[in-house]
Design a protein around this ligand. Structure first.
Ligand code: C2E
Ligand code: MG
Ligand code: MG
Ligand code: MG
Length: 273
C-alpha cells in the first residue's frame, strides 16, 4: 500500500495506528473474556529441598494460552488486567484456583505440599485481602500451612499496613515469603518485625554465582542473616547442577529454577510428584 501511494505515507501511518488500536481493543476484550470465563491457567514450578532433593512446594504462576498468540506470560497479563480494572477479579481467581488445586492434589493422595501464590501490590493493598484469604481457605478446605503468600519488598514500604496485614495473614496460619529478595529497596529492619517464613533470593544474584565473587558474598550473607532470624532461604532461577551444588554448600535451604523444572501445567507437574 505504501508503494501504491508513493511518498504519501500518512495513510499508512494512520492505518497502522488504527490497526494497532483495533488490535489492542480486541486483545483487551479477549483478556476480559478470558478472566471472566475462567480461561486463564495456573502453571506450577516446583520448589526443591536442597537437603532431601524432594519437592516441598510449588509456586503458582499465571499463564494465558491465547488461541493465536500462544502462551502469554504474567508480565503481559497483569498490567493489562490492572488497566481494565480486573486486577481484583484476577487476584481472587488466582488464590481460589491455587488453593483448590493444592487440596485436589491431597485428595488424589499426593503428599501435601505448600502452594505459593504471588500477590500484586494492588492485592496487598486491598483491605479485604485477609478476609478473602480466610474465605478461600474455608471454601477449598485447604489447611492454612499449605498456602504461602509471596510479596515483594516494595510492598512493605508502608510499614504499618504491611505489619498489620502480614500479622493477620500469619494468624490465619498462612506462610509468608519475601519474593525477589535483595533486588529492590531492602530494609533490614522489617526482617525482625515482620512474620516472615521464607526469603527468596532474587535470580540476579544466583545467575552468576559461579563466576562473581561478590554475588557469593551477598548470598552467603543473606543465608546467615536469614538463618539467624529463623527464616528459610529459597534460591530463585537455579539453572544448572553446579549452581544447585554451590548453593547447597552455602546451606541454602531450597531451590527453584529451570534446572529442576520450568513452570508446568497441572497434568505435567503431577508427573513430578
Ligand atoms: P516471580 O514470582 O519472581 O516468579 C519467578 C519468575 O521467574 C517466573 O516468571 C518464572 O517462570 C521465572 N523463572 C523460574 N525459574 C527460572 C530460571 O531458572 N531462569 C529464568 N530465567 N527464569 C526463571 P513468570 O512466570 O514470567 O512470572 C513473572 C512474574 O510475574 C513473577 O515473578 C511474579 O512476580 C508475577 N506473577 C506470576 N504469576 C502471578 C500471579 O498469579 N499474580 C501476580 N500478582 N503476579 C504473578
Ligand atoms: Mg514469586
Ligand atoms: Mg521472584
Ligand atoms: Mg516477582
Amino acid at each position: 500500500r505504501a508503494k501504491e501511494q508513493g511518498k504519501n505515507s500518512y495513510f499508512v501511518y494512520e492505518s497502522t495506528l488504527e490497526k494497532y488500536l483495533f488490535e489492542k481493543l480486541t486483545f483487551e476484550q479477549e483478556l476480559r473474556h478470558a478472566i471472566e470465563n475462567n480461561q486463564l491457567e495456573l502453571y506450577y514450578q516446583p520448589q526443591i529441598s536442597l537437603c532431601s532433593q524432594k519437592i516441598v512446594g510449588v509456586e503458582a504462576l499465571i499463564r494465558w494460552n491465547h488461541p493465536t498468540f500462544g502462551l502469554i506470560n504474567p508480565g503481559d497479563i497483569i498490567p493489562l488486567a490492572e488497566e481494565l480494572g480486573l486486577a481484583d477479579t484476577l487476584g481472587e481467581w488466582v488464590l481460589q484456583k491455587a488453593c483448590h488445586q493444592s487440596k485436589d492434589w491431597q485428595n488424589h493422595g499426593f503428599t501435601p505440599i505448600k502452594v505459593a501464590v504471588n500477590l500484586s501490590p494492588q492485592d496487598f493493598l486491598q483491605h479485604a485481602l485477609v478476609e478473602r484469604v480466610k474465605q478461600v481457605l474455608i471454601e477449598t478446605n485447604l489447611e492454612p500451612q499449605y498456602l504461602e503468600i509471596e510479596i515483594t519488598e516494595s510492598m512493605t514500604m508502608d510499614v504499618d499496613h504491611a505489619i498489620t496485614t502480614m500479622q493477620a495473614l500469619h494468624e490465619l496460619g498462612v506462610q509468608i515469603a519475601i519474593d525477589d529478595f535483595g533486588k529492590g529497596y531492602s530494609s533490614l529492619n522489617y526482617l525482625k518485625n515482620f512474620p516472615i517464613d521464607h526469603l527468596k533470593i532474587d535470580r540476579s544474584f544466583v545467575n552468576d554465582i559461579l563466576n562473581d565473587h561478590n554475588d557469593v558474598k551477598i548470598i552467603s550473607a543473606i543465608i546467615s542473616l536469614a538463618h539467624g532470624l529463623n527464616l528459610k532461604v529459597i534460591a530463585e532461577g537455579v539453572e544448572t547442577k553446579e549452581q544447585a551444588l554451590f548453593l547447597s554448600n552455602l546451606h541454602c535451604d531450597q531451590a527453584q529454577g529451570y534446572y529442576y523444572s520450568k513452570p508446568l501445567p497441572v497434568n505435567e507437574i503431577e508427573k513430578l510428584f
